[in-house]
Ligand binder design. Structure first.
Ligand SMILES: N[C@@H](CCC(=O)N[C@@H](CS)C(=O)NCC(=O)O)C(=O)O
Length: 229
């Protein structure tokens, strides 16, 4: 059994997509980040960066004590290794999946997160910041578009690289992207959306969070966090 500490955000969806694809038994522990659940001591013990997602594997492969993992990229690699699925096994394929996973973790996720912040949530509309992150979003979409040319999925076969990137592309409209100008991304996004496991992952999210908008109360919790000793 996998215990999943989760909220209904792009980084959270990555892991429900994996678990649904692999058919691994899991139970969700909702961590409502708009209400501050990410600062509970019990959660911080498994996720010291006060961010979702995190997992605890109650039945690790070595038969030892439960294993906890935070950081969505590390979780995807852990689960891929546990199940032997969605991470190419040949040396070159594996390197490629890890490259694109790191590209998502270090670039696509953080930059699009800033896009969401300055375009949608920031109390002041700062043209410099908006332009910087919308342009960077556009650049990243064009990199992905090129990679997808001639490939069904990011690294050919379906992998954890796709699971990591897809939830960040779903909100393309509010990122101010014109998806029709990225035809390969559009085709891939539609193929991802049609996968039954992806549908199930997003359906779980709807059950757990019936009010996905970010309230003023949630903004106060989420933005402007500083040092916590
Ligand atoms: N690099 C981390 C980022 C995780 C992250 O930013 N999670 C957000 C939700 S998508 C969160 O938990 N935010 C809570 C907060 O800001 O306090 C990962 O990929 O797991």
């Amino acid at each position: 059994m996998i215990d999943l500490y989760y909220w209904t955000t792009p980084n959270g969806h990555k892991i429900t997509i994996f678990l649904e694809e692999a058919g691994l038994p899991y139970r969700i522990h909702p961590i409502n980040i708009g209400k501050g659940d990410q600062f509970d001591d019990a959660f911080l013990r498994i996720s010291p960066n006060n961010r979702i997602p995190a997992i605890v594997d109650q039945e690790p492969a070595d038969g030892g004590d439960p294993v906890s993992v935070f950081e969505s990229g590390a979780i995807l690699i852990y689960l891929a290794e546990k199940t032997g699925r969605f991470l190419h096994r040949d040396l070159r394929g594996r390197v490629q999946v890890l490259e694109w996973l790191m590209w998502q973790m270090g670039g696509l996720g953080p930059m699009l997160g800033q896009n969401h912040h300055f375009v949608t949530y920031a109390p002041e509309k700062l043209p410099y910041a908006i332009e910087r992150y919308v342009k960077e979003t556009e650049r990243l979409y064009s990199v992905l578009n090129k990679q997808l040319r001639g490939r069904d999925y990011i690294c050919g076969e379906y992998s954890i690289a796709d699971m990591a990137a897809y939830p960040w592309i779903v909100p393309w409209e509010r990122q101010r992207m014109d998806i029709d100008t990225f035809p390969e991304v559009k085709r891939w996004m539609e193929a991802m959306k049609a996968r039954p496991a992806v549908e199930r992952a997003y359906a779980r999210a709807k059950e757990i969070n019936t009010q996905p908008t970010v309230s003023e109360e949630a903004k106060a919790v989420l933005f402007g966090q500083g040092r916590r000793d």
